[in-house]
Ligand binder design. Structure first.
Ligand code: 13P
Length: 338
């Protein structure tokens, strides 16, 4: 497979001023989101909702790529019936696809998770490429808790991430490598720092061992944060400094970019953290966003399943997209929120 095109795609995904929209909620996750606004999760409503996001006027100014779910990759715009991958490509936005089959119970552990989906992956990737996808996502989940994470869980997930990534590159698709340490729990930011460091060591050991080209991938990690229920919450500056420091110690400079997940942070904090990191000027990689909830939450609420709310929902989505775009350059300021 052509090395240059993988590198070009990866660089385009993480270019300054743009980031990735994660709209790849699985059908059960989408149902959860729709339940929160009392909208039935039918195939048609999911299509309408994604259509609202992808046809927002000017989306291409802030969004470099969109991660789709299998069903969404096969759906089309409501007006004109253009398949979503073609619609996005025409706008200069790269279509991506979530290819993992979810995090399941890891055998011989209390409640740790392993991500499934490697069997038959090569054939699925070929089909996704033909349908227009140019990058992929695989999410591994690491939980902090009593006696967790185990070294076994970290290494099993890192191994699977690297197997996934090498298959994707073989098929000309740029892998988003996503090891997510959950924010749930009472852990301190120091514990998050230590465990994010260990996780990333494992991940890069496996990526290198399995021949993954670091120039042709994108890392999608958690930020280094205090646990949701930790009594002492770190400041924005502390999060930015510790996150960048953690990655300087673990992520090779060959990786073109780091696109953070939001992981349940508020929309405002997710933007503020990214902005503060981009005000630190010694990073070898571009730092951008690959947010799901932090880009969509206000738009979802504003839409509430009603056609007459589409324009206001698109405005709400574009506001978050623009603020996060500014944050990729360190040009955001908190008073813009008002
Ligand atoms: P959040 O930004 O809502 O964490 O979602 C990003 C994502 O793609 C998780 O896999």
């Amino acid at each position: 497979m052509d090395h240059t095109s993988l590198v070009d795609i990866a660089n385009s995904m993480v270019q300054k001023g743009k980031g990735i929209l994660a709209a790849d909620e699985s059908t059960p996750t989408c149902k959860k989101r729709f339940d929160s606004i009392n909208v039935e999760s039918t195939e048609e409503n999911r299509n309408k909702y994604r259509n609202m996001l992808f046809t927002a006027d000017g989306i291409e100014n802030y969004i470099s790529g969109v991660i789709l779910f299998d069903e969404t990759l096969r759906q089309s715009t409501m007006e004109g019936g253009v398949p979503f991958p073609d619609h996005l490509t025409k706008l200069g936005i790269l279509p991506g696809i979530k290819v993992d089959k979810g995090a399941k119970q890891l055998a011989n552990t209390g409640d740790e998770k392993i991500t499934e989906g490697l069997d038959g992956l090569r054939d699925r990737l070929k089909e996704y490429y033909d349908l227009g996808a140019r990058f992929t996502k695989w999410r591994a989940v690491i939980t902090i808790g009593e006696n967790m994470p185990t070294a076994y869980c970290m290494s099993a997930n890192a191994h699977a991430l690297a197997r996934y990534a090498s298959l994707c590159q073989e098929q000309g698709l740029v892998p988003i490598v996503e090891p997510e340490i959950l924010m749930d729990g009472t852990h301190t930011i120091d514990e998050s720092y230590q465990l994010t460091t260990e996780t990333l060591y494992n991940v890069f050991y496996e990526l290198v061992s399995q021949g993954v080209e670091l120039e042709g991938m994108v890392l999608k990690p958690n930020m280094v944060l205090s646990g949701y229920d930790c009594s002492e919450q770190a400041s924005v500056e502390q999060v930015a400094e510790m996150t960048v420091d953690c990655f300087l110690n673990t992520v090779p400079a060959a990786v073109p970019g780091i696109a953070f997940l939001s992981g349940g942070q508020s929309d405002e904090l997710a933007t503020a953290h990214l902005n503060a990191m981009n005000q630190i000027d010694n990073t070898p990689w571009n730092l951008t966003f690959s947010y799901g909830r932090a880009l969509q939450a206000p738009a979802l609420k504003s839409w509430s399943g009603k056609d007459e709310n589409i324009l206001s929902a698109q405005d709400a989505f574009m506001k978050r997209a623009k603020f996060n775009s500014l944050a990729t350059k360190g040009d955001f300021s908190a008073d813009m929120e008002n």
